[in-house]
Ligand binder design. Sequence first.
Ligand code: SF4
Length: 261
Amino acid sequence: MGTTKSNETYSAVSLSGGKDSSCLLILMIEKGLPIDCVLYADTGMEFPEMEAHIAKLDDFLFRERGLHITTLRHPHGFEWLMFEQPKQRADCLERRARLGMPPCGNGWPGVRVRWCTGELKTHLINKEVNRLKKENNACHFVGIAADESHRCKHAPTRRYPLVEWGITEAQALQICYGRGFDWGGLYEIYHRASCWCCPLQRIDELRKLRCHHPELWARLLDMDNRARAMFGPGPLGQFKQNWSVEQLEERFAREDGSTTA
Ligand code: SF4
C-alpha cells in the first residue's frame, strides 16, 4: 500500500465521487486490483450528501486497503476564483477598465469559459498524476462507463476498467446501490451530482435544488446577486443566458403557487 518497487506499476485511481468513478473504486477493491492512491478533487461546492459519500468511501477504502483518499483542493477555492482572483494580463486589465469592470474575479463560468473545471479539478488531478507517473511510473485508472467510451483518451499509462468490463452508467449506479452506497438519495433527485452552484445545469435541476436544498438555493441567490452587482449584465455576471437566479426564484415560486405575481 502507498509504495511501489521501481519495476511495478503504481496504480493511481481518479475519483470524482460520481457513480462511475465510485463504481470503479469499489470494483477495483473487490477484484483485488492494486491501488496505491485515490485522487479526489474537491471543488468546495459539493452537495453535503456527496461529502458524506466521499467519507463513506474513504472508510471503506481504509478498511479494505489501509489507504485514505487523497483530497486535492485549490488553495483559494471557487468563490475566490469567481470574485477575487486578480487579473494579470495587460490586455484583460485594459479591456476591463474600458468596460468599467473590476480588475479581479472570473465571474460565472459559462460554456465558452469554463474556468472552474480546469482550476478546481483537471489541473489539480493532472498535475498530481503527472508527478506520480514521473516518480513512480504510475498508471492512471479513470472511471468512464462503457456507454461513454467516446470520452476515453487512450494512452499507454491510462486505463478505463469499466469500459474493459462493459459496465454502463446505469449498471455502475446499481452496483454502488447494491453495495450500500446511495449518496443519501442524491441520484434519486438529480441527474448529476457535481457542484450545486453549476450554471451549466438544466433549469429543471435548479428547480429541484430550490425544493430539496433550500439552504444551497439561498447561497446561490446570494452569489448571483453579488456577481450581477460586480460584473453587470455581461457574460461574467450572467448566471444563465436570459435567467438570473432571482428571476428563476420568481418563476419557480409562481409555478409552485407560493407567490401570486
Ligand atoms: S460542475 Fe459546473 S461549476 Fe462545477 S466544475 Fe463542473 S462546470 Fe464548473
